[in-house]
Design a protein around this ligand. Structure first.
Ligand code: ARG
Length: 460
């Protein structure tokens, strides 16, 4: 059965309700491989400190290997009486080694152990999330490449604003996600310090070597202050923010997919494998992936709020409140590892109706800015040009026609500056091609942009 790690000064065991409240092994068991890795590093440091003989070290490492294999195969499982992952694994070790197993705890505490395990776990899993983000970026880029020359309405306030290349429209999501990947890498730099050696809070009187343990575990160094080492959960909160930001980006993409696939837009069709039907309405094909992505953002934001709220006002050094950090950040990781592959599949298989987008691109007087900017090139102050172009919109709207349907006479009537030459800019292609400065929607620029961002995605 489980052996508590702290029985000595107690006359009785914990009451059932106390033990139930205290229990974390049902969610921290997934830290086991990381706890075993740090146990190996700790065994070596104890050996170098003269606290484990070479034979004892060899026996210890052999037992850790066998325990690791049994954990991986599911042969060794935590029992309900194991308070947490550290307790369960110490039981596994003593089952294999007898009294020798009890030597490993020297100089370490669950306080520095759990902080180290969590950093190791999150550094690995943040990378898995970043890789899943890169898959989604590749799917978006492939679609963007296909639609560089597809004109589409561009919106502000969800109203037709100016025509854009649909490749440009899709690529904006790749850039947003690239910042998220960048944030993960940046976060990793700060997370890459090892709390080991801090012990409970003050460091150890034993001759341990925190920097060597840190290096062995792939950290760039040890945390400089042992109290900070066991207190700090910035790395949890910060990662939760990064993950929530990914979730928010997915929710914004999801909302656009919901709009694009609506009958009113009719810009895109969902693949059967990435949509669902209705239990009553036989015709339905619903964008559930996009909707769940939108919905899960709420959960990811909640995970961040939960961690920040646990930390607020918490005295430094270890407090049991800190046990509440893990479920939130695990949930955030698990949520994204579910949502990202589904979004990737959904995006990769969307079929866009380029003709329909192009037909709609100039509608809603989306070329009015082009009239105003043409006038500016003729020397008309923009303030006046804006009024004149607005006059064209008013006239066209009153007649129920588009801007290019206005006659030469009607135009001249609105302003002497409006010569028939203005018709040269009243085309979608012209509107796209003319926005050719860096970052603009001109297809030639978009092609360069896609090449550049593809390099960023592939390097990361
Ligand atoms: N299970 C705890 C956690 O997840 C670590 C144990 C520290 N417990 C303690 N009584 N010092 O944070």
């Amino acid at each position: 059965g489980g052996q508590r790690l702290w029985g000595g000064r107690f006359g009785s065991g914990p009451s059932d309700a106390m033990a139930a409240l205290s229990l974390s092994v049902h969610f921290d068991w997934r830290l086991a491989p990381y706890d075993l890795a740090q146990s190996r590093a700790h065994a070596r440091v104890l050996n170098r400190a003269g606290l484990l003989t070479d034979d004892e070290l060899a026996e210890m490492l052999g037992a850790l290997d066998s325990l690791e294999a049994d954990v991986a195969s599911g042969e060794f499982l935590p029992q309900p009486a194991d308070e947490d992952v550290h307790t369960a694994l110490e039981r596994g070790l003593t089952e294999r080694l007898g009294v020798l197993g009890g030597k490993l705890r020297a100089g370490r505490s669950r306080n520095d152990q759990v902080a180290t395990d969590l950093r190791l776990f999150l550094r690995d899993h943040a990378r898995f999330v970043a890789l899943a983000v890169a898959d989604l970026q590749r799917a978006l880029l492939a679609q963007a490449q296909r639609h560089v020359d597809t004109a589409a309405p561009g919106f502000t306030h969800l109203q037709h604003a100016q025509p854009v290349s649909f490749g440009h429209e899709l690529a904006k999501h790749v850039h947003a996600l690239a910042r998220d990947v960048d944030r993960v890498m940046d976060w990793d730099h700060r997370a890459a310090l090892s709390p080991m050696g801090a012990g409970a809070l003050a460091g150890s009187s034993l001759p341990l070597d925190p920097q060597a343990v840190a290096a062995e575990l792939g950290f760039r160094g040890a945390v400089a202050n042992s109290i900070d080492a066991v207190s700090d959960r910035d790395f949890v909160a910060e990662l939760c923010f990064v993950l929530a930001m990914v979730g928010v980006h997915l929710s914004r993409l999801g909302e656009e997919i919901c709009l694009w696939t609506s009958r009113e837009f009719g810009w895109a069709q969902l693949d059967d494998a990435w949509s669902t039907g209705s239990s009553i309405m036989p015709q339905k094909k619903n964008p559930d992936v996009a909707e769940l992505a939108r919905g899960k953002a709420g959960r990811l934001i909640g995970d961040l709020m939960a961690v920040l709220t646990v930390l607020k006002g918490l005295p430094f050094a270890y407090n049991r409140d800190l046990q509440e950090d893990k479920e939130s950040v695990f949930d955030a990781i698990d949520t994204l590892l579910l949502v990202l592959p589904a979004m990737t599949g959904c995006v990769a298989t969307l079929r866009f109706d380029a003709d329909r987008m192009a037909a709609s691109a100039p509608q809603g007087f989306a070329l009015a800015t082009d009239i105003a900017e043409w006038l500016v090139r003729q020397g008309v102050p923009f303030r006046e040009a804006h009024e004149v172009a607005g006059g064209c919109v008013r006239r066209a709207e009153a007649r129920g026609v588009e801007l290019w349907d206005l006659s030469d006479d009607e135009m001249r009537d609105i302003s002497d500056h409006l010569t028939p030459a203005v018709r040269g800019v009243l085309s979608v292609r012209g509107a796209l091609d003319s926005r050719s400065a860096y970052g603009g929607t001109a297809p030639a620029r978009v092609r360069e942009q896609l090449a550049d961002v593809t390099r960023v995605v592939e390097v990361a």
